[in-house]
Write a protein that binds this ligand. Structure first.
Ligand SMILES: Cc1cc2nc3c(=O)[nH]c(=O)nc-3n(C[C@H](O)[C@H](O)[C@H](O)COP(=O)(O)O)c2cc1C
Length: 122
């Protein structure tokens, strides 16, 4: 969650980091990843692959993290809730819902690629 820690990871030769609040479960007064991703990506992109997670519940949440500089976004509890509700089909339905929401939001934004979201944000 800190630029300093990302710099340390790059210095140690890591290939990637996850900007994560651990789902907000450990220390509830932490900033949200959305408040940290951009500064971290600006500092280490090109040296580290920057992934992000925590609190992603909709396709638009994925797009926000990508637009802020994450190269990929991880889902924790969301597909697990689908799994709990409907087994494998439930997990698959949740993942399809996220992809559909991403497609719809990108169409409304007039973006064909997520890289366009980054360019328009900066
Ligand atoms: C029940 C539970 C246990 C977790 N345990 C760990 C853990 O031991 N170590 C860790 O790095 N993250 C842990 N996480 C955080 C996840 O790796 C992940 O960052 C988080 O679930 C993403 O947020 P989301 O569930 O809102 O998508 C845990 C999350 C949950 C829900």
């Amino acid at each position: 969650m800190a630029v300093k820690d990302a710099e340390t990871a790059a210095g140690l030769g890591c290939e990637a980091i996850v900007v994560s609040a651990h789902g907000g479960r450990n220390l509830d007064c932490l900033p949200a990843p959305a408040e940290c991703i951009q500064a971290i990506a600006d500092a280490v992109s090109g040296r580290l692959t920057v992934l992000a997670d925590s609190g992603v519940r909709r396709g638009t949440d994925v797009l926000k993290y990508l637009a802020l500089g994450a190269e990929a976004v991880l889902l924790g509890r969301l597909p697990l809730w689908g799994l709990a509700a409907g087994g494998e089909a439930g997990a698959e339905a949740v993942l399809r819902m996220v992809i559909t929401e991403m497609d719809t939001a990108m169409a409304f934004l007039g973006a064909e690629r997520v890289t366009e979201l980054k360019a328009s944000l900066r």
